[in-house]
Ligand binder design. Structure first.
Ligand SMILES: NC(=O)C1=CN([C@@H]2O[C@H](COP(=O)(O)OP(=O)(O)OC[C@H]3O[C@@H](n4cnc5c(N)ncnc54)[C@H](OP(=O)(O)O)[C@@H]3O)[C@@H](O)[C@H]2O)C=CC1
Ligand SMILES: O=C(O)[C@@H]1CCC=N1
Length: 263
């Protein structure tokens, strides 16, 4: 990877673009003076030393690496020529070939980070077009190593699947937490106590899994082994269709990602 590169984030005012910028700056992957971000509505007041612009072409012209971080429905109207430069997309659904064709480059990387990029804990799968160089790959690895873990995967089909599994992934423990919290409040706990309890369960579980790097099946098995309260709960949840609901949800996300690419 070249020692420094100029990064331009289209849609950098948004959630994910801002999260990647913040994490990449904190990790020293990019310097503030080499960073440009574009906005559409309001100019944000963050990232001192970086350039904010509402001119996407000016951003592209001053950047070596252009990250596309607008919502997929906003991408068709985005006017931006990248003239053979490295374009990294974080957009759900949009295919490598379409991105290359629209922006005039064959150096395209399609990634799918998640919201935990904000705290350096994203999982980011990615796939590169044929003309992407080893230096380009090093840039992608540097940015997304700073955001958490990254893997180059074998097919866009894998990206479509992982869009649900890990791109949407943080929403699923949040969904479980919301259901747990609603149950706790219905039981009679105060919302404050319920929220502290449930959030602590989630963050504590994340830390445990990270430290032990255990297989989830081993973790569940260890809890089932007590034949106590946890086994009573897990077996009842499974009988009520827990595993099936998860599989159906992931299948819906996979199909949605494919459909978004065809729209
Ligand atoms: N958030 C997440 O967890 C994840 C998101 N993604 C992908 O990341 C992309 C961005 O998502 P996210 O950050 O959450 O969405 P946001 O809506 O938070 O951010 C998108 C930003 O793009 C801006 N924008 C839209 N059009 C333009 C334009 N032409 N020029 C400049 N800025 C523009 C929007 O401005 P305005 O304020 O005017 O709308 C907004 O600030 C999406 O494609 C999504 O699929 C992928 C994985 C996870
Ligand atoms: O829900 C979405 O479409 C985006 C992509 C993955 C997470 N958020």
């Amino acid at each position: 990877m070249s020692a420094s590169f100029k990064l331009g984030i289209v849609g950098g005012a948004g959630w994910l673009g801002g999260a990647v910028a913040s994490t990449a700056l904190a990790a020293g992957v990019v310097r503030a003076e080499d960073l440009a971000l574009s906005y559409r509505s309001a100019k944000p007041d963050r990232f001192p030393g970086a350039l904010w612009t509402d001119d996407n072409q000016a951003l592209a012209d001053r950047s070596d690496v252009i990250m596309l971080s607008v919502r997929p429905q906003d991408w068709p109207s985005l006017e931006l020529g990248a003239k053979g430069k490295l374009v990294i997309s974080v957009m759900a659904g949009i295919r490598v070939a379409e991105i290359g064709e629209k922006h005039g480059t064959r150096r395209v990387v399609r990634t799918l980070p998640n919201a935990a990029a904000e705290v350096g804990k994203s999982y980011t799968p990615w796939i590169a077009s044929g003309e992407t160089t080893e230096d380009d790959r090093a840039v992608v690895r540097a940015i997304f190593d700073a955001c958490g873990l990254q893997d180059e995967v074998g097919s866009e089909r894998d990206i479509d699947y992982l869009t649900g599994l890990t791109g949407s992934g943080p929403a699923f423990p949040a969904l479980l937490a919301e259901a747990m919290m609603r149950d706790a409040v219905a039981f009679g706990l105060s919302p404050d106590v319920a929220r502290r309890a449930v959030n602590t369960v989630l963050s504590g579980t994340g830390r445990l899994l990270e430290r032990n790097d255990a297989s989830p099946a081993d973790t569940v098995e260890a809890f089932l082994g007590y034949r106590g309260t946890t086994a009573a709960a897990i077996e009842t949840m499974r009988e009520a269709g827990f595993d099936d609901a998860v599989a159906k949800g992931l299948a819906a996300a996979f199909l949605k990602s494919i459909a978004m690419g065809k729209a």
